[in-house]
Design a protein around this ligand. Structure first.
Ligand code: 5GP
Length: 173
């Protein structure tokens, strides 16, 4: 059977959502030195739209964290496969994440970045999936609250497929 793709967020809805997040971030950080840290790979489309809606200069870097295990669930054992290159000491840092699900990945990334002594670390997530949260993580800017379905498109993949889709869709295998 063919996998089924059910649209959840259209390109137009994503544009509105990203603009709203950008305006809130800009209002809070205007005049400060903000460093956006994108979490590879899923956040790259979101981050590229977000920086173009922010009416202020920002620096950008990326981290990549892999969780051991496979499939569609986070195992909770996180490994850093790419750390940051920028010096963030004393800077305001905003972690730009695609989805916060169990919270384990972003918790780990917050702890890693905090060890580099920034002035502050906050989180912006395009999609918040609170139902399966295992650790408490503060998400200062959350775009859309989703249920438990597995989402693809707008940078999000399943086995490296579907990242190119302009909409966020639920994948039913
Ligand atoms: P965590 O469970 O640690 O909060 O999330 C780990 C990672 O799993 C997220 O950064 C995200 O990349 C990925 N993830 C969680 N839910 C989904 C989903 O519905 N679709 C895709 N493509 N990735 C997801």
């Amino acid at each position: 059977m063919m996998p089924e793709l059910i649209p959840i967020l259209s390109a137009a809805e994503l544009r509105r959502l990203v603009l709203d997040l950008a305006q809130r971030i800009e209002a809070d950080y205007r005049g400060r030195n903000l460093v956006l840290i994108g979490v590879l790979k899923g956040s790259f489309v979101f981050l590229s739209d977000l920086i173009r809606q922010l009416g202020m200069p920002v620096k950008v870097d990326f981290v990549q964290a892999s969780s051991y295990g496979n499939g569609t669930e986070s195992s909770g054992h996180i490994r850093l496969s790419k750390g940051i290159g920028l010096d963030i000491r004393g800077q305001d840092v905003l972690v730009v994440e695609d989805i916060v699900d169990t919270g384990l990945t972003v918790r780990w990334i917050i702890d890693y970045l905090t060890s580099l002594q920034p002035r502050s670390v906050t989180v912006c997530a395009l999609i918040n999936k609170p139902a399966r949260r295992e650790v408490d993580v503060p998400i200062a800017y959350a775009g859309y609250v989703a249920g438990n379905g597995f989402l693809v498109g707008y940078g999000l993949d399943y086995a490296e497929q579907y990242r190119h889709l302009p909409d966020v869709c639920q994948l039913n295998l």
